[in-house]
Design a protein around this ligand. Structure first.
Ligand code: NDP
Length: 518
């Protein structure tokens, strides 16, 4: 049955209030929330705490302890010990079915405490429930996918090949040992799952550094992992600021592999640090997503679809659509429909029913976005919707209006990721022009083509300089298909969520064996 354009709406909040278990978790008996190291709560030697707030109200949710060099040392030592055991009974030696059993137990506990984890995403992360519920589903989906991969991809000895007379060789694949996941604030549950499950199932032990703005999901998952019975030191959650805790993890030579998701600047800096002591790294970074709308598309329908996706998590999604290139033939109708969609978004508190555009994560982001709006105008963009601050009655959050601009080929009005419900529309004369403009960005995370002609769409999609190229959809992910970036948006290594991701959590050696010379 065909979808009517009016049925396409933005992700929307249902009314949400904090469950008591979440409130108790945050209060922690009046003490700051500690990190989890070696199965114990650690408050740290720095005697420093930070606060995590609800971005929609600026109400304090929890006070959290910050970890420094001493705690990173402690965590690396504990994770290494858990990895090796006494030589034969470490996490690396545990049978795959035993590891899967523990992972399953953790997933079940997450599902038991679904409302607490939803509270972490909605109240700490500022998400609407419709998105938070989808994110929550990734815990099981990710665990099941990587359990299946772990059963299929054998570690240890590869097939033996004859190298020369009396000489054979084979590969030996093994986990890295202690790995780390450094996580951004926008998708805490999703990224904790994406990093933790492949790392653990391939035999590594892990340090997780959640973002300072959204530490609660990872801390709660860490707590559930203890309840599930993971051996001490296998999962360690290190809370703190990027430049303190994150930097200390990057500088530690005992961390053998780091998975990072975040901004390109920070990812580049961590890679340089890691390279000094041989720590390997995988990076998934920001984007400046493009959507090309071809002349055969229904402008009203596609404008709503693009608007819905551009507003996912209020544009705070890494591959979000910020740049739209539309065939001149349908540009007027498309612009009108997109403007109406953006203007109709219901701005409000993320826990109130009907909200579609909530607060951005912190005041720095709000300032960055407001500056980007001014710069778009200064570079020649014409405001269709001017953005700016928004008020939500009774809520003191970081609220902004959506912004939309008209631009033309040759004007590079939005060179950087803005990370809000912000987009530019550029009418174009040909698909070649659209493709050239879409590809003229150093980012390369996600792009899409919108057309009734699927064959033409696929042909164009293949020409994007992006890691995820989509036809009549955007922001789509699927286990088994790599999610990664080209250009400054990703690499080295494969993207996440595929078999290669699992292999990325292992290293391979060549073993040569010659007959003993008689
Ligand atoms: P940042 O790069 O600022 O931070 C990411 C993580 O790195 C945080 O945990 C941060 O800690 C930490 N960090 C910051 N500085 C350092 C340092 N010097 N050493 C080690 N760690 C450090 O990104 P944001 O949190 O602002 O997230 C938004 C960005 O993430 C956007 O660019 C977005 O596109 C991208 N992203 C990419 C995705 C992808 O799959 N490609 C998915 C989701 C987001 P702290 O928070 O304490 O500063």
């Amino acid at each position: 049955m065909a979808t009517s354009p009016t049925e396409i709406r933005a992700l929307t909040a249902a009314a949400f209030r904090a469950p008591q278990k979440f409130v108790d978790f945050c209060r922690n008996g009046g003490k700051p929330l500690a990190a989890l190291i070696n199965g114990e709560e650690v408050t740290g030697t720095m005697n420093t705490t930070f606060q995590t707030i609800d971005p929609g109200s600026q109400e304090l949710l929890a006070t959290v302890c910050e970890m420094g060099d001493a705690e990173v040392d402690l965590a690396v030592e504990a994770a290494d010990k858990a990895f090796r055991g006494n030589g034969s009974n470490g996490w690396r030696d545990m049978g795959i079915e035993q590891r899967i059993e523990l992972v399953n137990k953790l997933v079940e506990l997450c599902e038991r405490d679904r409302d607490v984890l939803l509270a972490c995403e909605i109240l700490d992360g500022g998400k609407v429930s419709e998105l938070a519920e989808g994110d929550f589903g990734q815990i099981r989906a990710c665990a099941e996918y990587f359990s299946d991969v772990a059963r299929r991809i054998a570690l240890g000895d590869g097939p033996s090949v004859k190298v020369a007379d009396g000489v054979r060789g084979f590969t030996y694949r093994e986990p890295w040992g202690v790995v780390a996941g450094i996580i951004p604030w926008n998708y805490p549950i999703v990224l904790t799952s994406w990093f933790m499950f492949p790392a653990l199932l391939s035999g590594n032990t892990i340090l997780i550094k959640p973002a300072e703005d959204t530490p609660l999901s990872a801390l709660y998952i860490g707590k559930l992992a203890q309840e599930a019975g993971f051996p001490r030191g296998v999962i360690n959650i290190l809370t703190g600021r990027g430049e303190i805790t994150g930097q200390s993890i990057a500088e530690h030579p005992g961390v053998k592999y780091i998975s990072f998701t975040g901004s390109p600047g920070v990812g580049q800096a961590i890679l340089r640090t890691c390279d000094r002591h041989g720590t390997r790294m995988k990076r998934e970074m920001g984007g400046n997503g493009a959507a090309i709308v071809l002349g055969d598309a229904d402008p009203g329908m596609v404008a709503r679809m693009v608007g819905r996706l551009a507003n996912q998590h209020f544009g705070q999604t890494c591959c979000t659509i910020h740049r739209i290139f539309v065939d001149k033939k349908i540009a007027d109708d498309f612009i009108e429909a997109e403007k109406a969609f953006f203007a109709d978004l219901k701005i409000g508190y993320q826990g109130d029913s009907g909200t579609q555009l909530g607060a951005v994560i912190n005041p720095t982001q709000r300032r960055r976005i407001l500056k980007a709006e001014q710069e778009t105008i200064a570079r020649g963009g014409k405001a269709l919707l001017a953005g700016g601050n928004a008020d939500v009655a009774g809520r003191n959050g970081f609220y902004l209006k959506p912004s939309l601009y008209l631009t033309s080929p040759g004007l590079n009005v939005n060179p950087d990721e803005v990370f809000h419900t912000y987009a530019t529309i550029c009418p174009v004369s040909s698909e070649e022009e659209a493709l050239h403009l879409a590809n003229s960005s150093p980012y390369g995370l996600g792009a899409s083509v919108w057309t009734r002609d699927i064959e033409r769409g696929v042909r164009l999609a293949k020409q994007f300089h992006d890691g995820t190229c989509q036809v009549n959809c955007h922001n789509t992910i699927a286990y088994g298909l790599p999610y990664g970036g080209q250009g400054i948006s990703g690499g080295p290594g494969a993207g996440v969520n595929c078999e290669d991701t699992f292999r990325d959590y292992t290293q391979v050696k060549s073993i040569f064996v010659s007959d003993y010379p008689e």
